[in-house]
Design a protein around this ligand. Structure first.
Ligand SMILES: [Zn+2]
Ligand SMILES: [Zn+2]
Length: 201
């Protein structure tokens, strides 16, 4: 079985977990967990994610207050240009002390608690309470923070709906010719008028 400290996202918290009122500063870089976003927008697995903040111990657990910074890769929703920029998000999460006996005795109860915990940004410590694993926290937090409509810049002009040219690079771009659909209608109209003239002649 994998040891908790072998996780790439393990943070040793044994020093602060011993009694309330302790603070452990954290300033570290972790690999981005898998599953953050998709091809359109996301954080590439293994990319550097920095976490700065602190673990503070209270009576029944540890509170993590941190700023997470990750490189987000995206595609501008207007002009489809690739975007790569750092994305920062603040997070507060709770790591309750969990007595190992309880976990073993009542698996079902733990599941229920875990279900409740998700909505409160609560994450388990390792069995012995010595490590906090940040993988799930990083994934959840970053997935939630991804912008829904990423733009390369606020005033991106997007692509020409007719020919797809990037309007940011061609500010004067427009089409002289009438839209083909209108051209076809104009032809039809001319033809009908011609027929009418011939009938009336
Ligand atoms: Zn754009
Ligand atoms: Zn065009």
């Amino acid at each position: 079985m994998a040891r908790p400290e072998d996780s790439a996202w393990a943070v040793s918290v044994a020093q602060v977990a011993s009694r309330p009122g302790q603070t452990k500063l954290i300033d570290a870089v972790f690999p981005a967990p898998s599953g953050i976003g998709d091809n359109i927008i996301g954080v590439r697995e293994g990319a550097d994610v920095s976490v700065t903040g602190s673990f503070d111990s209270i009576v029944d657990g540890l509170i993590l207050t941190a700023h997470i910074n990750a490189p987000v890769q995206a595609e501008c929703t207007r002009c489809l240009k690739p975007i790569e920029r750092d994305w920062g998000v603040d997070v507060t999460a709770f790591f309750p002390y969990d007595s190992p006996e309880d976990s073993r005795n009542s698996k079902e109860e733990v599941d229920i608690i875990a279900g409740e915990d998700e909505s409160e940004d609560t994450y388990p410590l390792s069995r012995d309470g010595a490590f906090a694993d940040l993988e799930a926290l990083l994934r959840d937090t970053l997935v939630e923070a991804l912008p829904l409509q990423p733009l390369c810049r606020e005033d991106c002009r997007g692509l020409c709906p007719q020919c797809g040219i990037d309007l940011n690079e061609h500010l004067d771009h427009h089409h002289e010719t009438t839209d083909l659909r209108f051209a076809a209608l104009a032809d039809l109209k001319a033809q009908l008028e011609q027929e009418e003239r011939e009938r009336n002649a």
